[in-house]
Design a binder for this molecule. Structure first.
Ligand code: HEM
Ligand code: HEM
Length: 234
């Protein structure tokens, strides 16, 4: 495999070896946290140790960073591949736009770091940094080169991935509220059950995309195919 193929595989490799195991652990602790809380509430004796809530949150925080990072790698590769490809033609991406894109990557990562650092009482700051991180993600996702599959958005890896990443940012932003109120806890559970479904969908659409994307040496032939009529080479 060439270096280009390895660069393209970075995103699926990270997803399969880091993010999905983390999703499994966070979900397991989530269920235990709930079971323990319900048992304690019903004044039953629970065998589940009290530390599960803390473990869920600690790993949940890692999960937010991991999913946002994974999404940035997912959109980053096609964006920079497009810049390199265009540079060899007579319509290269303008330098101003390249600088803007690099700035947006740093801006999005910076906003997420600030969101991690905005502590409990700073509601306004948490809201602001969550909004900025989300805006950064979607602005980068709308750049040229990213394959969004808008013509059949129902099965798009892009849209569901972006929504899942946004839900992770929201979880981090409302973290102190989940402890404080029943309503926010319910909001958290509802949103993250949707996120969990979206992660499973990502596993399906992502492996499909891997099957559709050729190795770099096969590209000239495969991209010459007629994808609408599903015919090749004639
Ligand atoms: C796959 C993703 C996730 C799922 C399915 C999930 C689900 C849950 C569930 C079911 C609970 C227990 C609620 C109850 O006691 O009834 C919970 C608690 C909580 N979650 Fe999540 N969660 C996820 C990710 C996250 C993330 C990313 C964060 C923060 C960054 C987070 C922060 C919290 C907090 C602070 C609590 C309260 C813990 C406690 O009561 O000790 N969760 N979550
Ligand atoms: C948490 C789960 C995941 C999220 C949030 C996510 C998100 C994204 C996003 C936003 C993109 C860019 C848009 C696009 O090209 O479709 C992307 C690309 C891609 N994803 Fe995922 N993804 C996830 C899991 C996976 C998995 C499990 C696989 C495969 C095993 C996968 C394979 C791919 C491939 C092949 C691309 C195209 C990369 C390229 O063109 O360079 N993804 N992903």
């Amino acid at each position: 495999m060439s270096i280009n193929d390895w660069l393209r595989l970075m995103h699926p490799i990270l997803a399969v070896s880091v993010v999905f195991p983390l999703i499994g652990i966070v979900s397991y602790f989530a269920l235990q946290t709930r079971q323990r809380r319900l048992a304690v509430q019903a004044k039953e004796k629970s065998k589940i140790p009290p530390v599960v809530g803390k473990e869920h949150v600690n790993l949940g925080k890692w999960l937010t960073g991991a999913v946002v990072g994974l999404t940035l790698v997912g959109v980053g590769h096609p964006i920079f591949k497009n810049i390199v490809k265009q540079a060899a033609t007579d319509s290269p991406v303008p330098a101003g736009k390249v600088i803007f894109i690099v700035f947006m990557f740093l801006f999005t990562i910076g906003s997420l770091v600030c969101l991690y650092r905005a502590t409990a009482p700073q509601k306004l700051w948490r809201g602001l940094f969550a909004a900025l991180t989300t805006a950064g993600l979607w602005i980068l996702g709308s750049q040229d080169g990213v394959f969004r599959r808008t013509y059949e958005w129902q099965v798009s890896h892009y849209y569901y991935g972006m929504v899942a990443a946004t839900l992770m940012v929201i979880s981090l932003a409302i973290l102190p509220e989940i402890y404080r109120s029943k309503t926010w806890r319910k909001v958290h559970i509802a949103l993250n059950c949707i996120a969990l479904l979206l992660f499973i969908v990502q596993g399906i659409t992502g492996t499909r995309d891997l099957l559709e994307i050729p190795l770099s040496w096969q590209e000239p032939f495969v991209f010459g195919c007629d994808f609408a009529n599903k015919t090749c080479g004639g």
